[in-house]
Each structure stands twice: as C-alpha cells, then as structure tokens.
Write a protein that binds this ligand. Structure first.
Ligand SMILES: [Zn+2]
Length: 280
C-alpha cells in the first residue's frame, strides 16, 4: 500500500454532518412537558434480570424505564402495536441524532414509514454528556448481545443474551413460535448503557453505566407501541456480557396517560411522504 503525497491534506479536510437536522420535524417539547404535569399511571411491569418482558403503550401516552435495585442496562425493541413490520430503526436514528439519544430526540421507524415512534421526554442521565473517552449513555450503536456472536467468539451456548430474551418475550406476547418471533427482533436502543468507539482502533467499547436506582428515561408514544425490554445479562456492562457472572438487577417499566385534552394541540406523526415508485 502506497501512501499518496497529499495524505496529510486529505486527512485535514474538515468533516461535514451527513444529515443536517435543521429541516427535521421537531417535537413540541413544551406541549409534552405540559402534558407530563398531569400524568396518571396506568400500568407497570418489572423486567426480571437476564430476561425480557413486553408492554403496550397507546398513542399519546407515556412510558418510563427506571433503574430500581442496582445499576442495570436494558435493550429496548419497539414495534407498531398494530403492525410488527414497522419497527425501530437504530441505524437511521443514529444517522439523524448521533450515536446516543437523549431528551428531545426520537426513535425512528424503518422504511417505508420512517416516522418518529417515540420521543424522549425526560432523561435523568442527561447530565452525563460525552466523556473523555467519547463515551455516552443510551446508545444506538450497539446491536444487542446475542448467542450467535457469543458462539462465534467462544463456541459456547448461552440462552439469556438480550436477543434470546427479546425473542422469548415477543413469542409469549404474540403467540408466534420462537423462530417466527426471532425474525422480528431488531437492533436496540441500549437504555442506560455507556458506550462509544475507541479513538485509536475504532472499536465499540462499553464501561460501567452511571445509572443508579431512581434514574429513568421517559418517552412519549407517537404511535401505538408494543415495547419489549431485556434486562441485559451484562448488568451495568462494566466487565462482560453473555454470561451469568455479572450482577444483574430488574428494570421497571411504567406507563402513563395524560389528562383529557392535554394533547389537543398535538399532531400525530404521518408516514413518510416518499411515493415509493423508485424511478420505475
Ligand atoms: Zn444484552
């Protein structure tokens, strides 16, 4: 491999943002904030450690994921509750909002709808920002811990990776077989997980999550949602995952309804406007 003479000049070119978000439809955070003041709790579930559970949130309601007994990260899948083919699109959410999401940012759905599924309305870990290693919280860069990669790297069988936990929970919720449900499991929002890419090798890294009991991330449901949350076998992901070694804790999911009329000024998201003719 020959290094060209203008290598330094090439490397010195300043980056440009791929997707400037100035034209991205922005959520009306003042409206959501006002609605938050009158929330009534409608339900709660506790996700057991190294397991996953499903929950449903009607359009226009809120849901909150809270650390309760100890530092724990969660792997979140979101579906349109009325159509499992519409689901969270981690890659495009990353392209639009960056590697991690926080208050005011959104979880976008896949093609062809590409619309906001949920908007982050509160994040008690918003103070963390980006640390000196380039790490931050609530990433959309990881995929989910899974038994296939684990088998590839260690030739072992482990059944409580987030991928398998989410598969079991979705199968139980929908009546699909395990293999059918597995096809719907997708790249996650890594709730509370502290991650980044190393500057020297560009590798995906994790470090102990700053989450403490009482910390939560809260979302507004832009559409009818079926959520599926796994309490990762990595616990706070300070050392390893895909094993039963790490200390693991449950996660609480609560759902809330706003007061009657609180969202009268709200406009639900529309499906994407592209005409889908693809030049034919
Ligand atoms: Zn996991």
């Amino acid at each position: 491999m020959k290094t060209p003479e203008d290598a330094a000049a090439k490397r010195a070119i300043k980056p440009v943002i791929c997707y400037p978000v100035e034209t991205l439809p922005t959520p009306d955070m003042a409206l959501y904030e006002a609605a938050r003041a009158g929330l009534q709790k409608t339900d709660e579930i506790v996700v057991a450690p190294r397991d996953a559970s499903c929950f449903r949130v009607p359009q226009g309601h809120f849901f909150r994921i809270t650390s309760i007994e100890g530092p724990q990260v969660g792997d979140l899948n979101l579906f349109n509750a009325n159509d499992l083919s519409e689901r969270f699109y981690s890659g495009k959410t990353r392209a639009l909002h960056g590697t991690h999401i926080t208050m005011g940012e959104r979880m976008w759905s896949n093609f062809p709808t590409l619309r906001p599924m949920a908007t982050v309305t509160h994040d008690t870990l918003g103070w963390y920002g980006i640390d000196e290693f380039g790490g931050s919280v609530h990433d959309v860069i990881g995929t989910r811990c899974d038994p296939y990669t684990h088998n590839l790297l260690s030739a072992a069988q482990y059944h409580h990776c987030c991928h398998s936990n989410l598969t079991r929970a979705l199968a139980a919720e929908t009546g699909l077989s395990t293999h059918e449900a597995e096809q719907h499991i997708h790249d996650v929002l890594n709730v509370f997980m502290c991650t980044g890419f190393t500057r020297d090798t560009g590798q995906y890294f994790m470090k102990a999550s700053p989450v403490r009991p009482g910390d939560y991330i809260e979302f507004f449901s832009e559409i009818d949602l079926l959520g599926c949350l796994s309490a990762c076998p990595g616990g706070d992901c300070s050392s390893e995952h895909s094993s039963d070694v790490a200390a693991c804790y449950p996660l609480l999911v609560e759902t809330f309804a706003p007061e009657e009329g609180a969202l009268n000024a709200w406009t639900p998201p529309v499906i994407n406007g592209y005409d889908r003719t693809h030049g034919t």
